[in-house]
Design a protein around this ligand. Structure first.
Ligand code: AMP
Ligand code: ZN
Length: 464
């Protein structure tokens, strides 16, 4: 991991509430855990945001560290049970179907598979062991077949989400379940009726609560203290606050995560994305007509912490951006050697190292495209194109063949081949002194969004 000494990564940590320099627990190695999907339906574009932005972080980290990245799958959950009842299909058929769909959909967005993809149902023993430890140490109690975390036993509870427990109790209007000592105590284990999925435990046949899954799987695969814990903003409370309480109490106060990262929410036309409003965009549907790279770039066009409002324009502007990138490298032959030795420019790395500033990184990427468009020297063009491909590899973009890119996705517009023909016709008309035809061809190309540039070495074109 040759470049670790260069790394000056800064990350915004939710616990400290500010941007701080990143230092892993073990030199040269990083552990990262991202809360993954609950597999009972298809992922929507909001669900794809954490997968894409933290995939970019994983790619950045892998340049300098040995990264172990775990993204879990929640395959035991009451929403899954409800989906099974509703559809009449067995639970494992539902979970298998949506695990596959999730991985296919995220793959289409250029999300690389994590190193470990632990499933909750395969870690019940670890969860039971952690719950038993919490009971033994006085942080949890059994009541009526349930095991609950006793929030009052944990002084630090509320630090991550900056909530004051006393205020929360005073403001609580929820009806308290009879088996709970206090309203905010949360479920670690609950009893299952015979028709529900369940496992034997010291507290009878039952199933785990959602929060304990992540604590147990993070411990098993990444150790007591992990470097980075990530997820969407909505998970700060209660999910991550509860994970933190469980893990630190089970581990005698050892820190659970050294850095907590949370992505902002994605809305649709300024409205919350929700099934009842009918404005949920499923990745599964979108990728049938939109290249995954366009969706990925649209998701990376805002800083991950900021809210992102999704609209038809998000796709169109990402499409134009990718056309610019592909348009720059189109027709430039890049040898294997040039590719292998190309480096990502320091400005782009610096932008990503500044709390994963992807819009700024994209600006550096476009800077290269601009330089390439201006360059006329063949060697220089090759080296700039090679650099662009190196940036593409890091950002998860520019993975298609440029010619195919233009011919594949421009529906109803001119393909690159058609443009070439028209440009050649115009050159011929000019050479024959037929300026009227030449100008008419230029104008119609302009109308189709194609600009011709006449230079000493002939004419080049680019989509505007
Ligand atoms: P879920 O399957 O609902 O647990 O969500 C999976 C991941 O997607 C979690 O990290 C959520 O925080 C995240 N997420 C859900 N909805 C949105 C949204 N509209 N914008 C951004 N992230 C979201
Ligand atoms: Zn989690």
């Amino acid at each position: 991991m040759t470049e670790s000494h260069l790394m000056t990564l800064q990350l915004h940590d939710t616990l400290r509430g500010k941007k701080v320099p990143f230092e892993p627990l073990k030199e040269g190695e990083v552990t990262m855990y991202l809360c993954g999907p609950t597999v009972y339906n298809f992922a929507h574009i909001g669900n794809a945001r954490p997968a894409v932005v933290f995939d970019l972080l994983a790619r950045l980290l892998r340049r300098s560290y040995k990264l172990t990245f775990a993204r879990n799958i929640t395959d035991v959950d009451d929403k899954i049970n409800a989906a099974s009842v509703e559809s009449g299909k067995p639970i494992d058929e539902i979970t298998a179907r949506y695990i596959k769909a999730y991985n296919d959909d995220m793959g289409a967005l250029g999300v690389k598979p994590p190193d470990i993809e632990p499933r909750a149902t395969q870690h019940i023993d670890e969860m039971v062991a952690m719950i038993a430890t919490l009971v033994e140490k006085g942080f949890a109690y059994e009541a009526d077949g349930h095991v609950l975390f006793d929030v009052s036993s944990n002084e630090a509870y509320g630090t991550l989400s900056k909530r004051d427990l006393r205020e929360m109790i005073a403001g609580a209007r929820v009806e308290v379940a009879p088996y709970k000592k206090a309203a905010h105590d949360f479920v670690l284990w609950k009893p299952s009726t015979p028709e529900l999925p369940g496992w034997d435990s010291p507290w009878g046949r039952g199933r785990p609560g959602w929060h304990i899954e992540c604590s147990a799987m993070a411990e098993k695969h990444l150790g007591t203290t992990i470097d980075i814990h990530a997820g969407g903003r909505d998970l700060v409370f209660p999910h991550h606050e509860n994970e933190l309480a469980q893990s630190s109490c089970a581990h005698d106060g050892a820190p659970f995560a050294r850095y907590w990262l949370h992505n902002g929410f994605l809305s649709m036309d300024q409205t919350k994305m929700s099934k009842s409003l009918g404005n949920v965009l499923l990745v599964h549907e979108m990728i049938k007509t939109i290249p995954g790279e366009i969706i990925r770039l649209a998701l990376l066009s805002a800083h991950y912490k900021q809210p992102l409002d999704w609209s038809a324009e998000s796709i169109e502007s990402a499409r134009r951006m990718l056309d610019r990138l592909y348009g720059a490298v189109q027709g430039v032959e890049v040898s294997k050697d040039a590719r292998a030795s190309a480096e990502v420019p320091p400005e782009l790395i610096a932008a990503l190292e500044d709390d994963l500033n992807s819009p700024k990184a994209m600006a550096a990427f476009f800077g290269l495209a601009k330089d390439l468009n201006k360059a006329s020297d063949a060697d220089q063009r090759e080296s700039l194109a090679a650099k662009m491909y190196a940036c593409g590899e890091l950002m998860g973009l520019l993975g298609n063949d440029p010619d195919e890119w233009f011919s594949a996705h421009v529906e109803g517009e001119l393909t690159s081949g058609e443009i070439d023909v028209l440009v050649e016709k115009r050159i011929a008309a000019k050479a024959a002194g037929d300026y009227e035809t030449a100008d008419a061809l230029r104008d119609s190309l302009l109308e189709a969004g194609v600009t011709i540039q006449d230079g000493r070495d002939g004419s080049t074109w680019r989509r505007s």
